[in-house]
Design a protein around this ligand. Sequence first.
Ligand SMILES: C[S@@+](CC[C@H](N)C(=O)[O-])C[C@H]1O[C@@H](n2cnc3c(N)ncnc32)[C@H](O)[C@@H]1O
Length: 228
Amino acid sequence: MDSVKNILLEYGLRFQEPQIEKVDKYIEELLGVPYNLTAHRDLDSAVHKNVVEILLPLKEELKGTLLDVGSGNGVPGLILAIFFSKLKVVLLDSREKSVNFLRGVIEKLDLENVSVVKERAENFSRERREEFDYVTARAVARLNVLVEICTPALKTGGKLLFYKGPSYIEELKEAQRAMKELKVELEEVREYSLKTGERRALLILRKYESSPEKYPRRVGVPFKRPLL
Ligand SMILES: C[S@@+](CC[C@H](N)C(=O)[O-])C[C@H]1O[C@@H](n2cnc3c(N)ncnc32)[C@H](O)[C@@H]1O
């Protein structure tokens, strides 16, 4: 039977045993069934979607502070916290159900470098300006919205790491105004493919100056009236 370890080895990803043990437990929590009872296809798909997709495009070690916006079940923030022990991670989500799940997982996995906050990103980013070295997000909003709700919490010189599908090309065009307003520039796009055939891209944007105080606008506005 495939294990998390074998799948990561297939991709040439590097790891240590304690990290694999934690990911095994995490997948068990995610699927809601003990590891030895997990169906092969469920395990394979969960590891690809939640672990390989996150680690594969990262060549460098991440260290410092990281905020994961709209963390849901903990992807990518929790996975990054497991594999990069020098990171201090805040998982942010406005949904009670996600926050409760995440708190349970952190306790079970005994993770000391992760905390969870239940709050809307618009409020959190306004209050915690210029605090994080990285802000990450996957499957939360289109790029122009993400830039507005994430960038204020980022330090000047810090990086936004957004996991996207092939729609990123359109989203980048649409996000030009938001990038200019919030003072971020595209540094790099890392395109990659999973063995499942899925095409993905990691967008890396760098904040070159403080974002104006008027951003982010109040809760809901960046979604309802995105910067275009
Ligand atoms: C589709 S899920 C994605 C979860 C995870 N990032 C992933 O890729 O598996 C989107 C999550 O973003 C959260 N979310 C959406 N808008 C948000 C906001 N403005 N502030 C905080 N959380 C938000 C939702 O509650 C939900 O848990």
